[in-house]
Design a protein around this ligand. Structure first.
Ligand SMILES: [Zn+2]
Length: 207
């Protein structure tokens, strides 16, 4: 009697965690799975023996099935933005925007959208121009006062939103980097926290 044994290997994906994130393709809050692949030895097409890990962890959107680097989880969701005091976010965004090319359409429209999502539905281009024209020192004093009332996660999310806007027109300029550090300090974040948030935003933007 001859027995034919069919064997091989394939990748099986496991879900590590689930949650809600801002999907860059869908452009809104979506459910995600954080997943990791593992190579399996298969016998008659059935995975039987786990081998090495296949690739890094990734985040998969439940709606469009787009796959992202886990750094995408640091972009604030619409729900998280709604919990940030819009005033603080407005000032952080305006400071960062004016340290770079504040005429860049992509950066400007993202800035307006982020503030609207944080609860100021009527925020528009004209309001953004008004914020861009406010004296620097006045803004910094107000920010420091408002920041102390916020949880660290919320303060990090505000800096993250500001970094994302600074990166919308390309790599960070020296002046944008300095402003992000100053905004981070006004948000009462440590240097380590600021560096962490900015480098994640960079990785995510590819700049
Ligand atoms: Zn999606």
């Amino acid at each position: 009697m001859r027995i034919l044994i069919i064997f091989g290997w394939r990748v099986v994906f496991f879900t590590l965690t689930r949650g809600v994130f801002h999907c860059p393709d869908c452009g809104g809050d979506r459910d995600y799975r954080r997943r990791q692949g593992r190579n399996f030895f298969t016998l008659f097409f059935i995975p039987v023996i786990p081998l090495t890990k296949a690739g890094g962890e990734f985040v998969e959107c439940d709606t469009c099935h787009g796959r992202w680097n886990p750094g995408v989880l640091n972009v604030p969701t619409t729900a998280q933005l709604a919990q940030m005091p819009a005033m603080l976010l407005r000032m952080a965004v305006a400071q960062v925007l004016r340290s770079g090319d504040y005429t860049n359409p992509a950066a400007r429209s993202r800035a307006v959208a982020v503030v609207q999502q944080a609860g100021e539905a009527g925020y528009d281009d004209a309001a953004l121009n008004a914020d861009l024209g406010r004296p620097f020192d006045e803004v910094r004093v107000e920010m420091a006062r408002a920041a102390s009332a916020l949880a660290p996660e919320a303060r990090e999310s505000i800096l993250r939103a500001a970094a994302e806007i600074a990166l919308a027109d390309g790599p960070l300029s020296v002046s944008e980097e300095e402003t992000l550090s100053a905004v981070g300090a006004d948000l009462e974040l440590t240097r380590v926290q600021v560096t962490g948030v900015v480098s994640l935003a960079r990785q995510e933007s590819g700049h």
